[in-house]
Every structure is written in structure tokens, then in C-alpha cells.
Design a protein around this ligand. Structure first.
Ligand SMILES: *Cc1c(COP(=O)(O)O)cnc(C)c1O
Length: 230
């Protein structure tokens, strides 16, 4: 079985445990630091959705693969001087975590393109050095995005710190699910809860994740061993 097939099998098994369908869980292939050859092989196997964390690296890949009609998601920390490239070249930005970024993406999304899909990145761990907004700021950011004509709010994204204790890991995803449901309950277009990576996709899917972001288990280890970009 290829790495790709193994990941699809894991998603399918994780979905069936709580009685979910794997059709409700999208796979984002996290291709940061991975070669064009590896990405092309995955495109040929049928994958269309890719996630990148570094703007300059991503733009080169988007150009090189433009004939394949892929969906590109930005998942790294957003620097305000890079928002124009995100607004012009990506389909989704999953790491929106402050008002300034909402304003700039809305101003910079070209009028002839469809509105940019955005997720609010929430930080459930309360560690100030990490990206992601405080859970009690979600509604304020969501209201700003609702009022931004060039943006479409699709949901929440989170990168919880790994927890060794399965019950603690489950609890953090359950808390995120409550935040997602509170947001989705008030808005018809909110359909995406982006949670779960190579190491924890089962716990995320058990708690309602609709999009898992998998790098290492799809492509193998990143060449220079870069960790998750928080
Ligand atoms: C790198 C990264 C991933 C993928 O992590 P793996 O452990 O390689 O599956 C997922 N989400 C974000 C935000 C990342 O930066």
C-alpha cells in the first residue's frame, strides 16, 4: 500500500468508529518543504488539495503546478507584509488570527476572483508565542469576516499541542468542537473544522474534524526536519 492509500485507510477507519462517513472528511496534503516531484506523484494519484506554510516557497509550487487546477491552502503564520500574495494566489487562508489580517486580505483579494475562503485559527493552549487567537476573540473576528465582502468565513483551524495522555488529547479536541459548533450554529456557510495531523488525526476525527492536514505520513519526513509551524 502506498503512503497515500495508508492515510486514506486511516481516515476511513477513524471515521467509521463514531459512525461518520469518510466523505465528510477532507484530506489536505501538507506539502511544505516537499519536492515538486513528490507533489506531482500525489496529484497523479488523485489528490487536489494542498497546504503550504511559507509564502515564497508556495508561490513557486503554485506556478509550477498551475495546469493541474489544484486548491491551495495557506496554513502558516501570516505576516502582514505577505497578505497580498495570499489574497492573490491562494484559495484558502486557514491561519487568520487577528483583525489586521482580515482587513488586509479583504482589501487585497482581487475583484475578479471568487471571495477568499478563510478559517479563524484558534489557539486552545493559551501559549502567547503561538499563532492563533484566544477562544474568546473568535466571535469578534467572525463578525469582521462576515462584514468583509471579499472573504467567506468557512470555519475554524487549530494546532493543539501534543498531549501524551489520550484523555487529555480527546478533551482538547472536544473543546475545539464546541467552539466550532458555536460558530457554525449561527452561520450557514461555516462547514469546516480543520483539525488533526499525522500524529492525532484519529482523535480529531472522533471529535468532528472535517479536514485533516497531513504532511509526514503522506510524503515521508520533511527533508530538513522542520517541525510544525505554529
Ligand atoms: C506541518 C503542518 C501540518 C502537518 O504536520 P505532519 O505532522 O507532518 O502531518 C499540519 N498543519 C500545520 C499547520 C502544519 O504547519
Amino acid at each position: 500500500m502506498s503512503r497515500f492509500e495508508k492515510v486514506l485507510t486511516r481516515i476511513n477507519a477513524a471515521a467509521s468508529r463514531p459512525g461518520r462517513s469518510d466523505a465528510d472528511i477532507k484530506l489536505l496534503a501538507v506539502s511544505k518543504k516537499q519536492s515538486l516531484e513528490k507533489i506531482r506523484a500525489l496529484v497523479e494519484a488523485g489528490q487536489t488539495r494542498f497546504g503550504e506554510s511559507y509564502v515564497d516557497e508556495a508561490l513557486g509550487k503554485i506556478d509550477a503546478l498551475s495546469s493541474a487546477r489544484l486548491e491551495w491552502h495557506f496554513i502558516g503564520p501570516v505576516q502582514s507584509n505577505k497578505t497580498r500574495a495570499l489574497a492573490e494566489r491562494f484559495d484558502w487562508v486557514q491561519s487568520v488570527d487577528r483583525a489586521k489580517i482580515v482587513r488586509r486580505l479583504n482589501e487585497q483579494r482581487p475583484a475578479e476572483m471568487a471571495p477568499l475562503n478563510v478559517l479563524i485559527q484558534v489557539n486552545p493552549d493559551g501559549e502567547s508565542q503561538k499563532a492563533g487567537c484566544d477562544p474568546d476573540r473568535i466571535e469578534e473576528l467572525a463578525a469582521m469576516i462576515d462584514a468583509a465582502p471579499r472573504l467567506t468565513l468557512r470555519g475554524l483551524m487549530a494546532i493543539p499541542a501534543p498531549r501524551r495522555d489520550p484523555a487529555a488529547q480527546d478533551a482538547v479536541f472536544a473543546g475545539l468542537r464546541d467552539l466550532f459548533e458555536a460558530l457554525a450554529g449561527k452561520r450557514s456557510g461555516v462547514d469546516t473544522f480543520s483539525a488533526g495531523m499525522s500524529a492525532d488525526l484519529e482523535a480529531a476525527i472522533a471529535n468532528g474534524s472535517t479536514m485533516v492536514r497531513v504532511g509526514t505520513d503522506l510524503f515521508g519526513p520533511r527533508p530538513n526536519g522542520s517541525a510544525h509551524v505554529q
